[in-house]
Ligand binder design. Structure first.
Ligand SMILES: Cc1cc2nc3c(=O)[nH]c(=O)nc-3n(C[C@H](O)[C@H](O)[C@H](O)COP(=O)(O)OP(=O)(O)OC[C@H]3O[C@@H](n4cnc5c(N)ncnc54)[C@H](O)[C@@H]3O)c2cc1C
Length: 430
């Protein structure tokens, strides 16, 4: 099977790059083993949230300007970042995902532990404020779903009490959710979201309005358990609940993260992309400095051939990178990796401090092409969390790096192709 571009990994990086390539007329396939980091997403996309000293960053663009020269942001360059940033919200909007926020000022999203965390773009309905010291929410009612184990109202109330917000806590139940409770392991956010649909939404919205009235709360906080496939149920709940209702992220799995994954995948497929879910690229064939084809587990001996490839297989959590006791390596093609050879330096006993292994990743040239045995692979681009040079957890920059490097990979591939096509224009020869 022949494509213009084959993408290895169908998470945030793979889907974003794929959508861009499809829009520009390419024939694209993405192979994805399974879960991506989006399934654990907090509900916010981070651009740059923390300084080197751990302080909240208010202006992420200023934060970006202070990164080291090996950082993916530094290698993209500030002018290019500024050109790419305005494309992100419209791309998500097209996929049916509403994002609130801007790149020149972080807002603050309420975490499940009742703290406020800087964020660049936050998904619709989630509780955010511009002023974490005084969110202006008045008295809050925290509603939980009876029996739900991944949401801790008391932690939330204790955290909010530190900013002077008083909270009541109440439990809500509904027969459709009670049915799930028969097996307590079913009581996860994404399972609950699957049953909150149709008239269940209307009935729960009615209960929420009643509770809000009874408690005279100014703001109602509910776990983010609505709308796993699309934003529609969430919008309906917000519309019907006659109160100032805001959602709060839960412990993973993340409903808003899974919704994002599904919406992006739907757009990718709607544009004509081939998404091979549950399949894994297992190896590739090289000719000189080019990757010519890859082989997957399900397709056996039938290769996926392409002009260009994007490696978007993620970091350690997605097995884009792996480690044995001595080495960090890229498991598919044995690509060159930037990692400290001194094993004791990889991690620190203090789990709250910066962990060096988080900045390990594949080595790339200035166009984000990977290398193998010191030689650039001319048609294999890397994007997303597999790249070296940043500590996305520490600096809160994960989605920003992922989205910008994915768009950049798509642009670079299209520009290369345009140059090639231009060379073949007959007018050039006469
Ligand atoms: C637990 C966790 C929570 C996070 N939360 C946030 C957050 O709230 N906000 C934020 O901004 N950032 C967050 N991040 C950062 C996150 O890494 C990026 O935002 C982004 O989602 C990474 O996308 P990616 O596509 O590069 O990688 P991934 O999302 O990891 O996707 C890689 C995909 O490649 C697939 N794959 C791997 N190997 C193969 C193969 N051989 N063949 C086929 N497919 C393969 C994997 O199955 C996976 O689906 C979080 C990261 C983690 C680990």
């Amino acid at each position: 099977m022949r494509y213009d571009t084959v993408i290895i990994g169908g998470g945030l990086a793979g889907l974003t790059a794929g959508i861009e390539l499809l829009k520009r007329g390419q024939k694209v396939a993405a192979v994805s083993t399974g879960q991506s980091a989006l399934h654990f997403n907090s509900g916010s996309l981070d651009l740059m949230g923390r300084s080197k000293t751990g302080r909240d960053i208010i202006n992420p663009l200023q934060g970006i300007m202070s990164v080291g020269e090996q950082h993916p942001y530094a290698r993209l360059g500030f002018p290019r970042i500024q050109r790419l940033l305005p494309r992100i919200k419209p791309l998500f909007e097209e996929a049916g995902i509403t994002l609130n926020g801007t790149a020149d000022r972080n807002h603050f999203r309420l975490t499940p532990l009742g703290m406020f965390k800087p964020a660049w773009l936050t998904m619709a309905g989630l509780a955010t404020t511009d002023n974490p010291d005084n969110p202006g929410w008045g008295r809050c009612l925290i509603i939980n779903i009876a029996g739900f184990i991944d949401y801790y109202p008391q932690f939330l109330a204790n955290g909010l009490a530190k900013t002077g917000i008083e909270c009541d806590i109440r439990n809500l139940s509904h027969p459709a959710i009670e049915y799930l409770r028969k097996s307590s392991t079913e009581m996860r956010a994404t399972n609950i979201a699957r049953v909150i649909r149709g008239e269940v939404i209307d009935q729960i919205a009615k209960s929420v309005s009643k509770m809000a009235k009874e408690s005279s709360a100014d703001t109602v906080l509910m776990p983010s358990v609505v709308g796993v496939f699309s934003e529609t149920p969430l919008r309906r709940m917000l519309e019907l609940a006659q109160c100032n209702l805001k959602f709060v992220g839960t412990m993973p799995m993340s409903v808003s993260g899974m919704r994002t994954q599904m919406c992006l995948r739907r757009l990718f497929e709607h544009l004509g992309g081939t998404y091979l879910l549950g399949d894994s690229v297992r190896c590739g064939k090289f000719s000189g400095n080019r990757l010519t084809e890859v082989y997957t587990t399900n397709l056996g001996d039938m290769p996926l051939q392409a002009e260009t490839f994007i490696l978007a297989s993620g970091s350690f959590i997605s097995h884009g990178l792996e480690a044995d006791p001595e080495h960090v390596y890229e498991p598919l093609f044995g690509l060159d990796v930037d990692a400290d050879s001194n094993r004791p330096q990889w991690s620190h006993m203090n789990i709250y401090t910066s962990q060096q292994y988080m900045s390990f990743g594949v080595r790339t040239d200035d166009r984000f092409r990977v290398s193998r045995n010191g030689q650039t692979v001319s048609n294999l681009f890397a994007a997303g969390s597999i790249l070296s040079g940043s500590n996305a957890v520490k600096e809160e920059s994960g989605a920003g790096i992922t989205l910008l490097t994915a768009l950049n990979a798509a642009d670079t591939i299209c520009n290369c192709n345009e140059t090639k096509t231009q060379k073949l224009q007959p007018s050039e020869y006469y």
